[in-house]
Design a protein around this ligand. Sequence first.
Ligand SMILES: [Mg+2]
Length: 360
Amino acid sequence: MPGRTILHVDMDAFFAAVEQLRRPELRGRPVVVGGRGDPSERGVVSTASYEARPFGVHSGLPLRTAYQRCPQAVFLPVDFQAYREVSERMHAILRDTGARLQSLGLDEAFLDVTDLPEPGEAIARAIQERIASELLLTASVGVGPNKLVAKIASGLNKPAGLTVIPERDVEARLAPLPVTTLWGVGPKTAARLHQVFGVNTVGDLAGIPLERLQEEYGPRLGAYLHRIARGIDESPVQTEWEPRSVSREHTFQVDLRRIEAMREAVARLAGRVADDLREQGYSATTVTLKVRFATFRTVSRSCTLPAVIDDRAAMAEVAVALLDKVVVDRPVRLLGVRASKLASARSPAPAGPPAATPAP
Ligand SMILES: [Mg+2]
């Protein structure tokens, strides 16, 4: 696929920025969005505002740790409804470009602008300007010859950054970055790369011969690492992206001990999964229940049905039946329900520009 131009658009500290927008008194202050907004409870940080980040607060951190590091932060509950509304307006701005769009969740998307008349950088700037003037928020945009490079680029100059990495500069720009910048290189792979090859940066990885990587990691992963170290990625921007599963889980403030309370909780979660499925236009054939005990031991039970379901009662019945298969001999900390093997109940929404532009 020669000569593509891909944009990665990523809203900056999205949840926290939406909160600071609707509560002006929070602007300029450290804001931590996560769980129910109570740092004495269990839960993790969903988003930390830029003011909170110098204190070492970042997403994924337990709320209690975030509080220890930055007690002066304002802790707020996650309000998906509010973020979804802003996200829809953001996506409408992106669709207005006429580019093929692949959404990566509420606050990120890829656009393939190869066939548009304007250069990628101009399209990126226009998107940033509309997001700033209509949503009063900032986005960082990366422009590159593929999704891998565009996504890395958008992360290089946050917030409100616009970073263009043309094909000819890819290897040089990626070389000094830590290997964990690359998709699919998590802390475990990075530790092994360091241990076996002394690799720290993307450039170090690019210097390892293909055969050595394949010896160590097998033919597929070895070849993948060899490619991504050079910024090579041919995966297309997928418009009709189908979610592979829909799930809901809940960590209880106080461990559950009574089986009746667990059944009720599972039925409630299953109901929400069914609501999410229908909202997104899907039905499912596989239902999975997750049970995490107070000891952190986690078990799951799955069941694949002869026909698709998407209604609350059926989903709850299946999920509760799965719970009855688990030997619950100690308190339960978390319950989760997942629906997978999804079928589309309606045809996917058309790409292309939307009929209406959101009001500023
Ligand atoms: Mg973001």
